[in-house]
Write a protein that binds this ligand. Structure first.
Ligand code: MSP
Length: 525
């Protein structure tokens, strides 16, 4: 079995500061990468910036910069944020890099030579901010169906990609590869909304601006930004270049993550381009929903924008990632609200997780002088049950995570946290100590430590610092006890000493103050 895992995020438009919604895709990709790395795969994660197009040319002009100066500055800001968020990407591609531009030209040439691209004339309604043409029927009240802004009627000589030719092959591929699109309802949307009504050929060049990659054989045309952008997933690996080692090693991608707004480009055009290049398709394209605010999309004009830095600086990186991943379900958008954020912090992280750790560490100190007892079997009635329950929760977590139901899979971990807290109340270790029921007491403490160890491993992909902190406090310092593989172990802990005074990993927040802080920050953004 292939032991590599290639994962990509969309490459971002360099249009300003990233809010928590835009950061979501990358947080998700990073967590997936860490998960597969923990499971022993050789992982490679790609991200970057999508730097061509009219919109960028205009933005740079507004700021009195050359487009290249503008995009380089934006790429720098993106890298700064990813550093703050501890995103472990392996490569950051900018589409204005030579390694990308040269290959895009080669790819375009190849399409022309094969007859997939032909010359024609295009007339349509063009939305400048979205860089997309629409037909009359696609317009909503005469405006752009995506962003609602004004569109212009434009006509130009242009090249077209023959999408129609590939429509049947694409449908057949969808049918034969149920893993290709996740969640499955996105596939149905593509078929019903775009493929069944008849795929239109795609206009793949522009002549009304020049901030783009030129068609080698006809340089008054620049290559449509989506043809340019999508191929980054190949060019970053050195496809068609002098050194294609990475490409040979990692292609096809194992997981490509995209937000719902760019599903059509990734689920229709992208696989068709790959078919035309005679390349295998990615194993899975995961389409995620959005993070919204109570009053809709985040926007400066509404005064409802929240930036990742605000959350990280005040509540920490792990709490921020926990909220983002926990709050976006696979079947609908997630909502950010200050109230819900603080509630999750206080309940899930502080009351549930942090308290479980604190109670356990203090009992090991109180009853066993800090030394964790060894496994003594299951003398309490509920010991067997908690062992079974934990085993089940781990497989529930894995099933859901592997099926990309991330929010639900994290909920499974928190079910385990709650169940383990309840186990303390059921076994009543303080009574066992009073009654000198030593075996039972040892068993209870052992099970608590073992569950904390497993919870720490389960949260590692998205709450790395917290996981490390838990393991340190319960005295786990052997690598073999920190691996994914070791989740299967339940009886092997020996010679562990917990720290002498537990340190709370999350401290209860004052809800009124913090909600006000977040609201204020949204108003000021
Ligand atoms: N440049 C294109 C992608 C080209 S990929 C070959 C693009 N860039 S983007 O900057 O506009 O968006 C980047 C990612 O952020 C997309 O996956 C988009 O769906 C995601 N999000 C933007 N706002 C979001 C939320 N509010 N919530 C979750 N994801 C969001 O599209």
């Amino acid at each position: 079995m292939k032991n590599t895992f290639y994962i990509t995020t969309p490459i971002y438009y360099p249009s300003g500061r990233f809010h928590i919604g835009t950061a979501y895709t990358t947080v998700l990709a990073d967590s997936m990468k860490r998960y597969h790395k923990l499971k022993g795969k050789e992982t490679y994660m790609l991200t970057g910036t999508d730097e061509h197009g009219q919109k960028i040319q205009e933005k740079a002009q507004e700021q009195g910069k050359t487009p290249k100066e503008y995009v380089d500055e934006m790429a720098r800001l993106a890298k700064e944020l990813w550093k703050k968020m501890d995103i472990q990407y392996d490569d950051f591609i900018q589409t204005t890099e030579e390694r990308h531009e040269k290959i895009v030209q080669k790819i375009f040439d190849k399409f022309m030579e094969q007859g997939d691209i032909y010359k024609g004339e295009y007339e349509g309604w063009y939305c400048v901010p979205c860089e997309t043409y629409f037909t009359q029927t696609q317009l909503v009240n005469g405006k752009c169906p995506d962003c609602g802004r004004e569109v212009k009627l434009m006509k130009e000589e242009a090249y077209f990609f023959n999408m129609k030719k590939y429509a049947d092959r694409l449908l057949e591929y969808y049918e034969k590869n149920p893993e290709f699109i996740k969640p499955e309802y996105r596939k149905t949307e593509m078929i019903n909304n775009f493929i069944k009504p008849g795929l239109e050929d795609l206009c793949v060049t522009r002549t009304n601006f020049d901030w783009g990659i030129k068609v080698l054989k006809d340089p008054k045309h620049v290559i449509y930004v989506w043809v340019d952008a999508l191929t980054n997933y190949l060019t970053a690996l050195g496809y068609m270049s002098d050194d294609d080692t990475l490409f040979k090693k990692y292609w096809p991608a194992d997981l490509q993550i995209v937000g719902k707004d760019i599903a059509r480009f990734h689920l229709i055009y992208w696989p068709i381009f790959l078919m035309a290049l005679d390349l295998p398709l990615p194993k899975t394209i995961l389409v995620h929903n959005w993070i919204m605010m109570k009053d809709g999309k985040m926007s400066k004009s509404k005064g409802n924008v929240i930036y990742p830095e605000t959350l990280i600086d005040r509540y920490g990186l792990d709490a921020t990632k926990y909220y983002l991943l926990r709050e976006v379900p696979a079947n609908q958008d997630g909502i950010f609200s200050p109230e819900a954020f603080i509630e999750r912090y206080n309940f899930d992280l502080c009351n549930d997780l942090s308290n479980l750790l604190n109670r356990t560490v203090s009992m090991v100190n109180k009853y066993f002088d800090g030394k964790v007892p060894e496994y003594v079997g299951t003398p309490n009635d509920v010991d067997k049950e908690i062992e079974e329950f934990t085993k089940n929760q781990i497989s529930e977590f894995e099933n859901k995570w592997n099926n990309y139901e991330i929010a639900l899979s994290i909920q499974e971990i928190w079910n385990l946290v709650s169940r383990t807290n309840k186990y303390i109340d059921e076994t009543m270790p303080w009574t066992l100590a009073k009654e000198n029921q030593n075996q039972k007491l040892k068993s209870c403490i052992y099970h608590l430590i073992e569950n904390l160890r497993r919870i720490a491993i389960l949260i590692k992909p998205f709450m790395d610092q917290t996981a490390e902190n838990i393991l340190r406090q319960i005295g786990v310092d052997q690598e073999v006890l920190e691996t994914w593989e070791s989740l299967k172990e339940y009886t092997k802990l020996k010679n562990l000493t917990v720290i002498s005074k537990g340190e709370p990993i999350f401290m209860r927040l004052n809800p009124e103050e913090e909600i006000e802080f977040l609201k204020e920050s949204m108003r000021n953004n």
